[in-house]
Write a protein of this length. Structure first.
Length: 420
């Protein structure tokens, strides 16, 4: 059944993408969007602004997939040659789209800018294709159906590319039909790690080409994605439902949400719903926990504030961490983390407070306290605790994973309270 899915290739054209000057965010969005409607991206590629290379890539994709999506190279300059090279590959002449030409002429007149001759190339489209109107620029996209395949050409700027995908391309691709497809995300705390999670799936749940479970590790969380394929959506969704109890049971101690929801968002929503005030005290994360709280709309109802206490003097002065604690155990210790959390709760008068102290690296580690070591402290309605974690990765990764770990710790205490 899975092999009956419509396949696609996503091809980014542009030296600026190939050489890393521009991040290829289009490909991630398009692949995710295609997957959502049951179209499998077989491969992605990034190629330069060269006629022969674009033509060769078009011919390669034509032989392998059902849907070809090109991004970039539709503008007015000499190196914008995607549609010319693709048209050459498919043996199609370019013809003028009168609507696009008139629209662009009117736009330039409204802007009081002279429309140079090279702008006229933007209104040329392959014979037999449809121009996709660009409401955010001057280069139209192109939709072409030929010999059982679909070719889509889109501008490179995401502000133009994404609206065309959402408003025109995806609705039309949905009508192509194909295998019924359904998916479900199970969001887990990191705990045992990705490899152990994947092994647990292999040992306990039967999967095949019609039902798959894949793991994706993020900063402090693991996403388990269930995917089902059948003759239609209803049958695929029924397969997801049939397997759902097995997945929930296997990960009952780590599952915090069903749906593609970040753990911080889950915690923020819970705290707001239950009116639980929260604060934080941060050393190694340097304000990232507070920033993550304030990313969530409406959090002002419960988030009182955060203290960045990077030096020991600040820990003692603002949070009341005892000098004796630091002298005996050092600032990177569970004792300090717990006193930081308790101090934040007292400083801000909150029900909950979370703290971090650690060694983000790349320097400062020892045999006993390696780089990546973070103690996360918590004050939860009078209870005080901590976790010790050694996060892998560079300085940025350690800090971002420590943030997720802090929210996971809050979630753990919430769960423990609800079990009682």
């Amino acid at each position: 059944m899975k092999n009956n899915r419509i396949s696609a290739a996503i091809i980014a054209v542009g030296d600026e993408v190939l050489f890393g000057d521009t991040v290829n965010t289009n490909a991630a969005f398009i692949a995710r969007s295609l997957d959502d409607i049951g179209i499998r991206t077989l491969y992605q590629s990034v190629i330069p602004d060269e006629w022969d290379t674009v033509k060769a890539e078009a011919l390669r994709a034509w032989d392998q997939v059902d849907v070809l999506v090109f991004c970039g190279g539709l503008g007015p300059t000499a190196d914008d040659l995607t549609k010319e090279a693709v048209s050459d590959a498919l043996g199609l002449p370019l013809v003028q789209d009168d609507y696009t030409q008139k629209k662009n002429e009117d736009l330039f007149a409204r802007w009081n800018i002279t429309m140079t001759v090279n702008n006229n190339k933007q209104s040329l489209i392959p014979e037999g294709s449809l121009a996709i109107e660009n409401n955010n620029g001057t280069a139209p996209g192109i939709w072409l159906e030929k010999d059982g395949r679909t070719v889509v050409l889109l501008p490179g700027p995401p502000g133009e590319n994404t609206p065309m995908m959402e408003d025109f391309v995806l609705p039309k691709l949905k009508k192509l039909g194909g295998t019924g497809y359904a998916e479900r995300y199970y969001m887990l705390t990191l705990d045992d790690g990705e490899s152990a999670t994947e092994q647990a799936i292999r040992d306990n749940i039967v999967t095949d080409e019609n039902y798959t479970l894949n793991t994706y590790v993020g900063d402090g969380i693991i996403r388990v994605k269930a995917t089902a394929y059948a003759d239609n959506f209803e049958a695929a969704e029924a397969l997801i439902e049939k397997k759902d109890p097995e997945v929930r049971s296997l990960f009952k101690d780590r599952l915090y949400s069903v749906g593609n929801e970040d753990i911080a968002d889950w915690v923020c929503a819970y705290l707001i719903e239950h009116g639980l005030s929260v604060s934080c005290a941060e050393s190694c994360t340097g304000g990232l926990i507070a920033a993550r709280f304030t990313d969530y709309s409406g959090i002002s109802a419960v988030f009182s504030g955060g203290a960045v206490t990077y030096c020991n003097e600040a820990k003692m002065k603002l949070l009341g961490v005892r000098k004796e604690t630091i002298d005996e155990y050092t600032e990177v210790s569970w004792q300090t983390a717990e006193e930081m959390a308790e101090g934040a709760a007292q400083l801000y008068g909150t029900d909950i407070a979370v703290s971090t102290t650690g060694i983000a690296g790349p320097t400062g580690g020892t045999e006993d306290k390696p780089v990546g070591l973070v103690y996360t402290g918590i004050y939860y309605k009078g209870r005080i605790g901590h976790i010790r974690t050694v996060y892998r990765g560079n300085r940025s990764k350690v800090r971002s994973r420590a943030v997720a770990g802090a929210f996971a710790l809050i979630k753990k205490y919430i769960d423990e309270e609800n079990v009682k």
